[in-house]
Design a binder for this molecule. Structure first.
Ligand code: SF4
Length: 368
């Protein structure tokens, strides 16, 4: 029986070789690429979830200086970890890192497990992160399919399906398994990620610089910009946070958010959230809420800011009222009067920090 001859578009050896050659000459100099220490790789992969490489480079170095090993991380308090994570966003990642460090210390004698199934049992580690850690730190032969990998692969194959379906992902995973370098799986995963972020970008594609241009079916068919195809995006949820800015003697009241939902366990201005966007609340609602936070009658309020903050799945309108209080008494059990700089000692979301910075800015400008 005659064997099917592979052409240059299906020649995996050629694609593999050209991608790795390009990576060896062009790889980005990133702090987590200095060595294959599994702890360093793990921290980098968690930080990179939903955050840009450029943004985390310095924060990564700082985090490792503060928590140089699993043991140090596991023995730190969650407050210390959240404090170091401040501004990076998606704080559940910091909580999961802390929790996982404790599990690794107790159940795996302080060593990050090699087996994929054990890695995936750790909080915050899904298929992609387990594959990235496995391939980069332990040379496991698994493609770590992130958005870059999927885009590059879809374009090489001129894949016309919608990539956000289980069936498509399964197909792309099978193809990736055939293409990945068995000798250098970690490098190959990182090479494709680099190729996707530097050359095969979502909109600005630089095919002329691409090491696999002659193996790329979408380039041949002039369809690269139409790939990958996706289902229509869901609209972002709208929320309004009504909040009180109560200042007394240069300090203002912050409260700890309940332990579930958006921004769980983080510190924020006292207030409440509602679905949808509203520029004001009812007088009764405001009075009831004031009564639940502050002591005293006839406390006056004045609206000082309205500002929208966009997160990945939600758009929040912050409406903040300044509250004139006569003392630091409050009815909140988990509340603290803090100075602006004192905030740095606590975990707050980057959205709330932006609002507080904005209030301070408006105060200076308009003496509100
Ligand atoms: S040739 Fe163009 S579309 Fe194809 S993989 Fe390279 S950069 Fe992407």
């Amino acid at each position: 029986m005659k064997k099917n001859k592979s052409n240059k578009y299906t020649n995996h050896t050629l694609i593999r070789k050209n991608i790795l050659l390009w990576y060896d000459q062009n790889k980005r100099d990133l702090p987590w690429r200095k060595n294959k220490n599994p702890y360093r790789i793990w921290i980098s992969e968690i930080m990179l979830q939903q955050t840009r490489v450029k943004f985390i480079q310095e924060r990564y170095v700082s985090f490792l200086n503060r928590f140089p090993s699993i043991k140090v991380l596991a023995n730190a308090s969650i407050g210390e970890v959240l404090n170091e994570w401040q501004g990076i966003g998606y704080y559940s990642r910091a909580r999961n890192l802390h929790l996982s460090a404790k599990i690794i210390l107790t159940d795996y004698k302080g060593r990050i497990p090699i087996q994929q199934e054990n890695l995936k049992k750790l909080p915050g580690i899904g298929n992609y992160t387990a594959a990235a850690i496995g391939s980069i730190a332990f040379d496991e032969n698994i493609p770590a399919l992130d958005a870059n990998w999927i885009r590059v692969l879809s374009r090489i194959l001129n894949f016309q399906g919608q990539i956000d379906t289980k069936k498509s992902l399964k197909y792309l995973e099978e193809c990736a398994n055939k293409i990945i370098s068995k000798k250098r799986p970690g490098d190959f995963n990182q090479a494709v990620m680099d190729l996707g972020s530097e050359i095969c970008k979502p909109k600005k594609i630089h095919c002329e610089l691409c090491p696999i241009i002659s193996n790329c079916l979408s380039n041949k068919n002039k369809t690269s910009l139409l790939i990958p195809k996706k289902k229509k995006k869901k609209e972002r949820k709208l929320k309004t946070f009504f909040q009180f800015f109560a200042e007394y003697n240069g300090k203002f009241l912050m409260v700890k958010r309940r332990n579930k939902g958006l921004f769980k366990g983080l510190w924020e201005l006292p207030g409440w959230e509602v679905e949808g966007h509203f520029l004001d609340c009812s007088q009764k609602q405001k009075k009831d809420k004031l009564g639940s936070f502050f002591v005293g009658k006839n406390i006056s309020t004045k609206k000082i800011i309205e500002k929208k903050i966009h997160l990945t799945h939600v758009e929040i309108l912050f409406v903040v009222f300044k509250v004139s209080v006569n003392s630091m008494d409050s009815k909140v059990s988990e509340g603290k009067w803090v100075e602006k700089d004192g905030l740095l000692e606590e975990g707050i979301s980057s959205a709330q920090k932006k609002i507080i910075d904005y209030i301070q800015e408006q105060k200076k400008l308009f003496k509100i």
